[in-house]
Design a binder for this molecule. Structure first.
Ligand SMILES: *Cc1c(COP(=O)(O)O)cnc(C)c1O
Length: 360
């Protein structure tokens, strides 16, 4: 068996231990004679899987009891609509910070249902930084404030959360959930598609404070109303069973590792190995302002497009896969999510140093 160092931004690498566990249970889950894929979502076994996954996620993120945890479908992109449909309950105004392509999509979708104020934007410098945000920039009468905590394409992360007063803070945490410690009580709602840091595509995690449920706009489709899923414990219809099962295995794996604090420490070490090299290299350089650097997605360039292409192709031959930057940015991007082993980063840096020597 040979495993690649897979730097894909999503779907992304999963912990080998999780894949092996899933493999061992693939055909016969705990003596049931069936795969989790083949099982009724109302079965005792599957209800147990969901319950454990939720409990373990609550432990990992320290989610208080006044927050619901939902396992939904439709990806983070569906949340761009669900959030305004459910949270526009008073002024129908929202403050959104524009830090990249995903924020823009959230803005475009929310605009269909209310008034959007783009509080700040980093588009002037191709989204290479997180704008400074002060409390006076936010409208106290807004129904919510929306941020993208980690910007997958541009490689930025909020160095700290903005102070938005009593307005519910909504976060698209798709590419850095479970990578660093966040205080859930600072948020009204957190959502994340699974395929970056949680598990396979197909399940979307929503963590929503109790008081924000039950005020959806009148025309909200049943399936897009959080209340539907809260009332039915994510089983209003068939949930993405297998994705939930794998997510559950990932949560267990993280708990065994020592939880989010241990994961965050390792993630910072991994990111520093690559950033330290980029800062010292004469060939490669990072594209993001230092204080906004993501520890999950690290874009870099040589400044020469031909050389970038050559690097990506040679890296791939050496088993470092999917290092091509997003089509809108170019260059390279190393996504080093939780499941990327430290060794993957150290070996990549060794390979980069060799490439640099050959091309200087
Ligand atoms: C990947 C990603 C999305 C889109 O997720 P889908 O599940 O494909 O809809 C949205 N926001 C962020 C920050 C992402 O990284």
């Amino acid at each position: 068996m040979s495993r690649a160092y897979n730097f894909s931004a999503g779907p992304a690498t999963l912990p080998l231990e999780v894949l092996e566990k899933a493999q061992s249970e693939l055909i016969d889950y705990k003596g049931t004679g069936m795969s989790v894929m083949e099982m009724s979502h109302r079965s005792k076994e599957f209800i147990e899987i969901t319950k454990n996954a939720e409990e373990n996620l609550r432990r990992l993120m320290n989610i208080p009891s006044n927050y619901h945890v939902l396992f939904l479908q439709g990806g983070a992109s569906t949340q761009f609509a669900m959030v305004p449909l459910n949270l526009f309950s008073n002024s129908k105004k929202a403050d959104i910070v524009n830090t990249g392509a995903w924020s823009k999509k959230a803005i475009a979708e929310a605009k269909r249902y209310g008034t959007i104020n783009v509080v700040a934007s980093s588009e002037d410098k191709t989204f290479t930084y997180i704008p400074e945000l002060t409390k006076d920039m936010f409208d106290p009468s807004a129904d919510y404030v929306h941020i993208t905590t980690n910007n997958t394409i541009y490689g930025t992360v909020y160095p700290e959360l903005p102070d938005v007063g009593d307005v519910p803070l909504v976060a698209d945490m798709s590419s850095n959930i479970l990578s660093q410690d966040y205080d859930v009580t600072k948020f009204g709602l957190i959502y994340a598609g699974a395929q970056k840091n949680i598990g396979p595509a197909g399940v979307t995690i929503v963590i929503i404070r109790d008081d924000l449920v039950g005020h959806a706009l009148e025309f909200t489709p049943t399936m897009l109303n959080y209340k539907t899923h809260v009332d039915n414990e994510s089983m209003f219809n068939t949930p993405p069973c297998y994705s939930i099962y794998i997510a559950g295995l990932v949560f267990e794996y993280l708990l065994h590792l020592g939880g989010i604090a241990a994961m965050e420490k390792l993630n910072r070490e991994k990111a520093n190995i690559l950033y330290d090299y980029l800062d010292s290299s004469n060939l490669f350089k990072g594209t993001v302002e230092k204080r906004s650097r993501s520890i999950m997605n690290i874009p870099f360039v040589t400044g020469n497009e031909e050389l970038d292409t050559k690097f990506i192709s040679e890296a791939s031959k050496h088993n470092f896969k999917t290092l091509k930057g997003h089509r809108t940015v170019g260059g390279m991007r190393a996504s080093i999510y939780n499941a990327m082993p430290r060794e993957g980063v150290t070996k990549l840096v060794e390979f980069m140093a060799e490439f640099e020597k050959e091309h200087s």
